[in-house]
Design a protein around this ligand. Structure first.
Ligand SMILES: [Zn+2]
Length: 515
C-alpha cells in the first residue's frame, strides 16, 4: 500500500463541499493536510483516480465502537422473523458451547414477528442450565431466563426499579436491565481493545474516517487512548464520556479537553429516556398501543441539572439521548438554562419532536444529532405505536435543516448496520432497502443530497468543533477523504446501496485501499 505522505490524487470527481471550487479534479496532500486543489505538485507522486468520486472523509456522528466489536462475537438475532427462529439459534449455540456457559445475544425485534408481542417466559426458561441474556435491537430491553434472573439481585416478586419495567417475568426494560446486566461477566481491557480494533477496522472499509463514540466508560477510554498513542487506531474518534462514570467525568472536567493524536474527548453523554420500540421513550401523551403509559424518564431532574451545570462550567459539550417528544422537551428545558454562544450542546436522536420545540432548538442553538436509518427501521410500526396524528413528529431532518441547524448524521451502530451510505440513502429517500414505501415515508422530510452529504461531513465536523479543519476539501484542512466508485450525489438512489468504497484516507494516510 502507498504510504508516502506527499502525493497528488489526480483525475478525480472531487466533491469538495467548499463554495470556491465545488468540483475539483486534483487534490495535493502533504504532511497530512491538503496542500492545494487543482494544481498538482510535480515533485510528488500521483495516484490516478480514473474518474472515481472523492468526498470529504465520512464521519459517523453516533457510533459505539466497543459494542459493535463485541456484537460481532455474540449471537446475532437481527432480522429473525419469529420466536421459533430465535429459539433455534439459541438452542444451536447451547449445543455448541455446553451447559453453564453464559449465552449473550442481541438484535431480536418482536415487531418483526407475527405475534408482535413480547415473548413469554416459557421460551427461554426451557434452557435451565445456561444463563441467557438477549438484548433487543434498540438496546433498551433484555430478554432473559430464570437461570440468569437467579444470579441477579431480583427476588421472586420481580419488582422493577424507578425508570424501568418488567414484562412477562422475562423482559427487562431500561432501568430494570441494570440488575440483570450486573451478572454479565465483566469486560476486560484486552477484550475491549480487541473489540474497538475490530470495529474501527470494519468502519474504515465503509469509508468512515472518524466516529463520535457515544458512551465511553473507563475501559473504553483507556483502550482507545492506548490504541491512539501506539498509532493502532486507523480512524479518528471523538469520545463522549458516559454520565454514569462520575470519577472519569470529574477527572476530565478538571483537566479540560483531552486530545491524544486521533482521539479527542470533550463531551459527556447522558440519557433522558428510552426508545420507542420498547415504549421507553418519554411521550407528552400516552402510547397509542399502551394507553396507560407515557414511557420512562431515566434520570431525575436534579441529576440532569447537576451534569449540565458541571459541563457548562468546564466548557464541555453535553450530548443527551432523547427520543420521545417529552424527552426532547425536557432536554431543551435544561439546555436553555445553560445556553451560551457556541456551546453546541447536542440532542442525540431527537427522533420525535414537536415543531414548537424545534423552534426552541433554533433559539438555543441546540444541535440535533440524527440517525436516518432509525426512521426507516421504525416506520413499519410507528403508526400503531404513536398514532397517525403524531407520526409527522418523527425524524424531521428537513425541518431542522430549514431552520438552519447543522445535523450531525450517524448510524448508532450496532443498533443499525453502520454503513454511512445506508444512512445517506435513508436521509434522501426515507425508504427501506426494498424501496418501500413508494415516494418515501413522510416525504416532506426528505433531504436534498448535498445537505444529506453534509450530515456525514461538514455538519458532523461542526458537531465536534472541527469545522475549521475538517468536513470539507479545502486548502489547509486535514487530508481525510472517502473515495467511491459511484457519484452518490447524482446516481440513482438504489445504486447508492451498491456503491463500493475504493479508498479511505485519514490525515493523508491511506488506511484502506482497493486500488
Ligand atoms: Zn447510541
Amino acid at each position: 500500500m502507498f504510504t508516502d505522505n506527499n502525493y497528488n490524487l489526480t483525475n478525480g470527481n472531487i466533491i469538495t463541499l467548499n463554495d470556491i471550487v465545488p468540483i475539483a479534479n486534483t487534490i495535493t496532500v502533504s504532511n497530512n493536510r491538503i496542500e492545494s486543489i487543482n494544481s498538482p505538485n510535480s515533485r510528488y507522486k500521483s495516484i490516478d483516480l480514473n474518474g472515481l468520486t472523492v468526498l470529504p472523509g465520512l464521519v459517523d456522528s453516533h457510533f459505539h465502537l466497543s459494542n459493535f466489536g463485541k456484537r460481532l462475537e455474540m449471537i446475532n438475532l437481527k432480522g429473525l422473523q419469529s420466536i421459533q427462529e430465535v429459539f433455534d439459534v439459541v438452542n444451536e449455540k447451547i449445543n455448541e458451547v455446553g451447559p453453564k456457559t453464559f449465552i449473550h445475544g442481541f438484535g431480536w425485534d418482536q415487531t418483526r414477528w407475527n405475534t408482535q408481542e413480547f415473548p413469554t417466559n416459557d421460551i427461554l426458561d426451557y434452557f435451565t442450565d445456561n444463563p441467557i441474556i438477549l438484548t433487543r435491537i434498540d438496546g433498551h430491553s433484555l430478554w432473559t431466563n430464570k437461570a440468569a434472573i437467579n444470579l441477579s439481585t431480583y427476588t421472586d416478586d420481580l419488582i422493577s426499579p424507578e425508570g424501568g419495567d418488567i414484562i412477562n417475568q422475562c423482559i427487562f426494560i431500561d432501568n430494570a436491565m441494570d440488575a440483570i446486566r450486573a451478572i454479565i461477566p465483566k469486560n476486560s481491557i484486552e477484550e475491549t481493545t480487541r473489540w474497538i480494533k475490530t470495529a474501527a477496522n470494519k468502519a474504515m472499509t465503509w469509508g468512515i474516517t472518524n466516529v463520535h463514540d457515544a458512551w465511553q466508560d473507563p475501559l473504553i477510554f483507556e483502550s482507545i487512548n492506548n490504541l491512539s498513542e501506539s498509532n493502532e487506531l486507523p480512524i479518528r474518534c471523538y469520545g463522549m464520556v458516559g454520565a454514569s462514570y462520575l470519577e472519569l467525568i470529574s477527572d476530565m472536567l478538571n483537566n479540560g479537553h483531552y486530545i491524544n493524536k486521533n482521539y479527542t474527548v470533550r463531551a459527556v453523554k447522558a440519557f433522558i429516556d428510552g426508545a420507542l420500540g420498547s415504549r421507553g421513550a418519554a411521550l407528552l401523551e400516552p402510547y397509542s398501543d399502551a394507553p396507560n403509559s407515557c414511557g420512562l424518564t431515566l434520570i431525575s431532574h436534579d441529576e440532569f441539572l447537576d451534569i449540565a451545570s458541571k459541563c457548562s462550567e468546564a466548557n464541555f459539550q453535553l450530548c443527551t439521548h432523547a427520543i420521545g417528544d417529552k424527552g426532547n422537551r425536557m432536554v431543551i428545558d435544561v439546555y436553555s438554562k445553560y445556553f451560551k454562544e457556541d456551546y453546541r450542546w447536542r440532542i442525540e436522536h431527537a427522533q420525535m419532536i414537536t415543531y414548537e420545540d424545534m423552534l426552541r432548538c433554533q433559539q438555543f442553538q441546540i444541535v440535533p444529532s440524527m440517525q436516518p436509518s432509525h426512521c426507516t427501521s421504525d416506520m413499519r410500526w410507528m403508526k400503531d405505536r404513536i398514532g397517525e396524528h403524531r407520526t409527522h413528529r418523527i425524524s424531521r431532518w428537513k425541518t431542522f435543516a430549514d431552520l438552519g441547524l447543522p445535523i450531525p448524521g450517524g448510524s448508532d451502530c450496532p443498533i443499525e448496520d453502520g454503513n454511512p451510505l445506508f444512512e445517506y440513502y435513508a436521509a434522501i429517500t426515507r425508504k427501506d432497502h426494498d424501496g418501500f414505501p413508494e415516494g418515501g415515508w413522510h416525504p416532506d422530510e426528505i433531504l436534498d443530497r448535498m445537505s444529506a452529504l453534509k450530515m456525514f461531513t461538514t455538519w458532523a465536523a461542526y458537531g465536534e468543533f472541527s469545522e475549521k479543519k475538517r468536513g470539507k476539501i479545502e486548502i489547509g484542512f486535514d487530508a481525510d477523504f472517502t473515495v467511491l466508485n459511484n457519484d452518490i450525489t447524482s446516481c440513482e438512489p438504489e445504486e447508492i446501496l451498491h456503491t463500493d468504497v475504493i479508498m479511505t484516507i485519514v490525515g493523508g494516510k491511506i488506511v484502506y485501499s482497493k486500488l
